[in-house]
Design a protein around this ligand. Sequence first.
Ligand code: FAD
Length: 300
Amino acid sequence: MNIKEKLSIYADVLENEPMSKHTTYRIGGCVRFYIYPKNLISLMRVLHILKEEKMAYEIMGRGSNVLWSDNFFEGAVINLDRYMNESYIEPDGTIVCQAGCSIINLAVEAANHSLTGLEFATGIPGSIGGGIYMNAGAYKSDFSNILDSVMVLVDDQIVWMKKDDLMFGYRKSSFQSHPNWVILAARLKCKKGNKEEILSLMDSRRERRLASQPLDKPCAGSVFRNPESIPAWKLVDELGLRGYQIGGAQVSLKHSNFIINANGQASAKDVRELIALIQSLAKEKYDLDLITEVEHFHCE
Ligand SMILES: Cc1cc2nc3c(=O)[nH]c(=O)nc-3n(C[C@H](O)[C@H](O)[C@H](O)COP(=O)(O)OP(=O)(O)OC[C@H]3O[C@@H](n4cnc5c(N)ncnc54)[C@H](O)[C@@H]3O)c2cc1C
C-alpha cells in the first residue's frame, strides 16, 4: 500500500492540494497531503503513519492566522475542522467543544443559549484549536479569560491541561513552544446572561469590525503584535506606509495593521517583503522591534 492508501483508511485525503484554498490570505503552494481525520482514533493512526513514513506535518485550523509558503511542501497538513467539530453545553454554562469547532459559530451558539463570555470572539474567523493556540482575543478579552482546561494529544497520551499551566499571555500560549502537541478539545467557562444584551453587544462589535477592517479582501487579521508603547497600526501609519504595495500585497487603506492580498494574486514572498520593510523602518526610525502575530509556515 502507498502512503495515500494507508492514510485514506482513516481520513479524507487530498493529494497535491494548494494551501491557497485553505488560508484566508488565499496564498500558499501545494502540500503533498491535506488530511481530515474522521475522529480521534483516526487522528492517532494518521500521526503514526506519518511518523513511520518520516513525513513532516503541520496541524492547521482555518488558516486565518497563517502565511503559507509559495513553494511545494513534501509533507502533510492535518485539519480537524471537518469531523472533530462537536460541542456540548453543560447545565452550569460550561461549553465543551472539539478543536475543529468554528469560533464564530460557537459564539453565536453561546449567545442563543444566553451564555456570556464569548462575545469578544464574534469576528474571529478561526477554529477553537487555532484560537487557543494563539490565545486569540479582542476588546480586552481573550481565550484565556474563559478557558478552564484543554484536552491535548501529547505523543500517544491524551492529557487534560489546566489553564493556569499553559502560560497564556498576549497572543501567547505554551502550545507555541510545543509544536507536536495537538489541541483536541476545551472546556470554556461561560456564564448565564441576558440574551438580548449579549446579541446586541455582538452586533455592535460586528459593525465596528465591518467599519474598520478590510473584510472584503483576503487577509489574516492583524499582522503585528502591538508594541507596549504604540498600537501597531499607528506605527505603520507614522511610517507613512498606509496603502503601500509590494506585488499583490498591500497595507490596507482601511486598517494599517492589516496586509491584504489586494489583487488575489499576491505571493507569500510579496507579503514577507512588505512585512520586512515595515519591520526594518520601525527599527530604523523608532528603534522598535515589530513582532508578527501572523505565523509563517515553510517560508524560508
Ligand atoms: C478578518 C480577520 C480578523 C481577525 N481578527 C482577529 C482578532 O480580533 N483577534 C485575534 O486574536 N485574531 C484575529 N484573527 C486571526 C485568527 O483568526 C486567529 O488567530 C485564530 O484564532 C486562528 O485560528 P485558525 O483556526 O485559523 O488557526 P490557523 O491560522 O489555522 O493556525 C494558527 C496556529 O494554530 C495552530 N493550530 C491550529 N489548530 C491547532 C490544533 N488543533 N492543535 C495545535 N495547534 C493548532 C497552527 O499550527 C498555527 O500555528 C483574524 C483573522 C482574520 C482573517
